[in-house]
Design a binder for this molecule. Sequence first.
Ligand code: PAF
Length: 309
Amino acid sequence: MNKTLQKYRKKSGTSTKTDSFVHSLNVKRMSNTQVFTTVKALRNHLADVARNKTVGFVPTMGALHAGHASLVRTSSEYCDFTVVSIFVNPTQFNNASDLEKYPRNFDKDIALLDATAETIVFAPTVEEMYPEGHEPKRMNLGRVSEIMEGEFRPGHFDGVVEVVYRFLEIIEPTHTFFGEKDLQQLAIVQRMVEEFNLPVEVVACKTFRLEGGLAASSRNERLTDEQKDKALILYQSLDRVRAEKEKYGPREARDKVKEWFQNSDLELEYIEFVDASSFEDVNEWTENTHGCIAAFAGEVRLLDNISMS
Ligand code: PAF
C-alpha cells in the first residue's frame, strides 16, 4: 500500500467536519446537485437515470474554482449528465504535509456547482475508493512520468492512474474532461485509456486563466493577494518567451526564465520546453513545443504551461 495512504488510514481524524457530515448521508439533495458517497448508491442512481445517455465525468479534488466550473459547463454542454468527483486522493501525494494542507471546503464546492450546472457529485471516503483488497491499476508510463512533475513528485502519476482508473470503473462515463493546465496528467490519462482500451472519450479543455494570466488552481486559495500578483511571473515569463522566440532558441530561453525568476520572490523549480507528444526536450521551436514551468510562492507550489506557437 502507498505510504501516504497508509498514514492517511491510520490517522482516522483526518477527515474534515464536512466530510463526516456528508459521509453520514447516502444521498443529499440540493437544488442542482445530488451528492452520493457510496459506490453502490451512485451506480444505482446512474443505472436509473443515465442508461443509454451520455455521461460526462469531471474529476476533482475539491477546492473548486472557476477552472473547474468551466470544465463542468463544457461537460454539461456535451453530455446529458455530469458527474463531478470530489476526492482528495492520498495516493497521488508524495508529501504528507501537502496532503494535509490541501484546501477542503465541501459546502463552498457544492455552492459553486449549484450555481454552475446540474451535476451529480460523488464524494467517497478513502475506504470507499480503496476498500481492503483493492489492487491499484498500474501501467508503464515511460518518459512522460519521469520528467518535470514526475521527477519532482515521485509516484504522483501512479496515484493519478490508480484513482482515475477506479473512477472510470465506477462511473463508466462516456466522456471525461481534463484541463490542459496539467499537461502531463492529461497525456497520461489519454495513454491509460488507450492502453486499457477504455470506452471513454478524453476531452482536453483549455486552461482557465484569471486576470493577468494566472492559471486557475485550487492552490491559489493558499496565496495572499500579494503572492497572487507575484505569481503572474509563471504565465508572463512563458508568454514573453513565446513573443520573443524568434530572437533565441529553447536552451537560451530556459536561461532567460531562470534569470527572470532570480529577480522575483518566487523560487523556480523547473522550466522546460518539450514536445507535447513525446515529452522530449526540444532544441528548436516546433508547432508542438510547450513551455512548462513550476515554482514556489512561499510554500505553495504552482505550475503552468502554454503552447509556444
Ligand atoms: O487534477 C486533479 O485534481 C487530480 O489529479 C485528479 C484528476 C482529480 C485525480 O485525483
